[in-house]
Write a protein that binds this ligand. Sequence first.
Ligand SMILES: [Zn+2]
Ligand SMILES: [Zn+2]
Length: 1097
Amino acid sequence: MEEFLQHFRSHSRAEQRWLSAVFEAVEQQLHPLIDASLGLSVARLSLAVLSKVQTAVGGDAADLPVSYRFVSVSELLRDQRTACCSSLRWSSAHYQEHARGAELKLPGYKALPRDNLLLIGCLCDGRAAGTSDGVWRVRDAGASVACAMLKSSCLWLGRLMLFPSWNYIPHDAPAAGYLELLDPPVCVTLEAMAFDPGGALSEVMSVTRAAELLTQRCEEQACVCVSGRVSVVCPPLVIRGKQFFCLVLSEAGSSVPVFISGMVTKILNAEAGLYEIDGQVGLCLAYQPAQKCCGGLRPGAEIQLHNVHFLYRASPFAPHVVLCACLRSSLQVTAFSRLSSKVEVSGSHGPLQCLLLEKNLGASQYLWLCYCQNAVAERLCPRWVRAERVCVVAERLLDFVCDAEQKTQKKRNIYREMIQEPHQCPVTTFCVWWPSAALWSVRQLSDWMRREVWASLSLPSLLPPSAAHMTALELNAALSWSVHEVPLTDVSPEPLLLVGVLELDSTRATLQLRDQTHALSCLCVSTHQSGARTAHINTAWQGCLVCVRRCTLVMERFMKTRFPSWKHLDQPTYITHKHCRVYLQLCVEDLTIISPSAAMSRREKPSDGPESAKRPRADEAPERPLTPAACVSVLLRLESKQGVTLQNGSADALGLQPGFVCRAACLGDVQCWSSDPRNSRTQERERHGDAQEIDLHFMGSCVRWFPVLHPGCVYRIIARNTEDVSVLKAKGVSARGGVTQLSSPALLLQPQWRIHTITEELPDAQSGVPALMSVSEVLHSSSAPEIVSFYGVITQRITLQEDNGTKPKIQSLTAAGDASVEQDLRLRLTVQDAECPGHVIDVYVDLSCGPYTLGLIAGATVSVHHVQRRVSRACNVYCRSLPISCVSVTDLTSVRSRSAVAPSPPPMMLLGEWASGRAQRCVLAQVRGHVVCVLSLRLQWTCSLCGSIFRQSSCGRTHPPCDSTSAVFQTEAKVVLEDGSADAHVWFSSDTVCDLLKLNAGQWEGLQRHVKVKGHVKVYTRGRNMTCDEDPDDAVVQYLSCLCSSTAVCRPIHLTCRLRAQRTGKSQLRKLHRGQTEFICKFTPALQLHCQRVHTH
Ligand SMILES: [Zn+2]
Ligand SMILES: [Zn+2]
């Protein structure tokens, strides 16, 4: 050291200290690298280093760059946690200017911070260490670090170098950072070295000549020199342990070098090798051997690409233009980025690239796979899909969207890909935007639905044709509920897929499709008309990761409105409250399993049919070993299921909680197991014992089982971690005070118990489950019980008026947090017989006492369980729901096909036939007959708010006065119709009277104007004429009388009618006069019909 410091006697203390530090660093880190034979002392080496540093810094030779600190490689790797840059040549102003320039070019990124560090080391390429991997490293005595440089010379190898300007980019992994050398290194020691390829270069042949030689079969080995221009440099490859790369020489001047240059603006997916250049063009490097992390491909780096493929519209999920590098392409960084960026791990063989090789994917498919992998990772990992399995799930989805045949399956020949002309490689065959299926998250779909539900709202379209005649009360009731359905296929022009996990929700008692973004309720049915047991959604679906390509999005709207009349529909201010329910309707058949639940994979194991081959391999499912804990089970067949209602819970639960009851038959005694049998095949012993009838009570969180329990199906209930068989024994339930309430023994389900559907066919599985009645049977069977269960198709849903005050409100107890509460929601569902369309029954359903029932919309096939059959005073049969009632949607075929197939028209009926066969009477039918006479005709302007007669422009009500300014025109006519077999009284209301009277729009309007003067007119038949009580000579009365008796009205007519409530079933006695004699005759009352439609054709 003394020898060294002697040269700097005149320098200050601080400078002396700095010099000592340099000397020590040289001694420790650099001197050991120097070949001892050169006999270079530490002092001399230190002087050489110092002189190079001073030259690099520039300026006065007397000044020492004391602001720079010597850094060893190991120190850099260990202590430098953030990216930084260092340069001996930049002044502060120079650095600032460059940093600002770089930041302006790519807003959003910060420039690399500057550190004044001195880095000196040997450049080596790993040959010494036996790892010649194409990566150069900077080495000192302690450690080495990978480096990337823009230009290199083999003359630099093995020599001690000063690195004047460089970036250091650290990495998450220890000792994995790398250097980006900005300026060429400066040699510290002077050692002459010359490159000698050996041999004489006398015979240099042209590329053309060499190519000729190669095509000739040459026995002897020859060594030749070829000169040409390098036109292609292929990336280095390692095949079977051999590392090599290809280059193509061409005749000088024969081709123009083509390259594309640009700046990396974004790393789209480092693992997948996807980048963005110049803010708009994609760059895919996946077809090249994995880029080493020290590639310098960071945002802000300038690059040059040679021989890359130009792909236009390769995938909707990538930029329009993607440059794709293959084995013939080369990528060169021409300027390192001055910006600081996160360095992402790009494993040398990421799972995506492995898949690319394994499946030989085309570029379009690869880009889709990357998109899919991102979506799965974002939405399902880590809750349902482990990080290391994300790629497997993405691969299955790719298989699902592509037919296996359509994927490139040709065997690759990489030598041809690199060398052959014309060039052929997997990238050359790409598909335009295929696959194009978009994966929406559940949240995305739900948000779309919530926007769509109100965007699609058109108030006039929600109203029937008679809307113009409706009073405010009727109008607002008709607007209070509506439904909007959209098939998933219509949501976007590109095919849409939903991927999520099926789970049971305990607060709503529904099945849900979930991902990490959101959950959507699902109404799951089967398309089998027969309602085969196996087609139902069962317990094994719980936890399955599924893909849905087809389903219906249902949006139910609830509105509170105060429209005075239909004329105000364009003023949304009359809508006082609105909310919606959105959910999916799907068929079990349309669900594709991407990753089965443990129960599902177990269930599928025994079958080896072609269907199971298509399913994912069972070994890929995370099958956990059978839990070796003891448990008890009981096998039972469900016979009936009641609806979910709010019930009195246990003493500790506050107030009410949801619950329901099922009736079931035990198929055998309670069994003990050493390990959980789950849904495995039943054993003989499980079916031995007393076939006892029990009630299963599901309370609180146990209501989640509701959607997967179906009458007729067999289930195994399992209580784990116990050997006590009495746990599953049904007991007589005693209410408070010790009074036994229920006749059957009951079992209260515990939240930790599990239920498994048993899908195997058991000998007596179906017996004991009562068959459902049809609508006609409920209507006509004289022996129908008071509580009936039947099935049919909903043709109409009407929300009944709120009847406030009759029921205590239990809003606070309805599913907490569920903002969309419909208080006291009561409906009238018109259910049509599935086979005989003329037979309809009204079912009054009270939805206020439990979770909302999904899918009660026109066209849905429903099974209605445990409703009360009642007969009105007018002898009409209808049904009323009870707290135990349960309406469930079983089929959606008619909902789906509604647009394609018109609902079957009601049957044609003779009036005599309709009147006589009371028992077989149908409710809705078509009739053809002749209008005999008009019995009465009433025309009235009605106040739309209070229903009083409205004259001119004011309401006629005086006590209290009504200030309404809107009125609706209402009419009613009653005519006698005969068709040769019998007579009938047919009622026409507002929207059909005009058709009955055969008036055109102008005449109808004129009539309305005339009636407005008095507010109302009523004419009726007396004897042979028509008359009026008030003013028989009035022109309107005269006109109507004439009209009603004209042949225009009394004519043959074709109607669709609905049976009207009959006043009485008994015959009437009436006095008749014939001359002087008075007779008393018995008359069968005429058939009373209500016209629903006048067929005009
Ligand atoms: Zn190629
Ligand atoms: Zn009024």
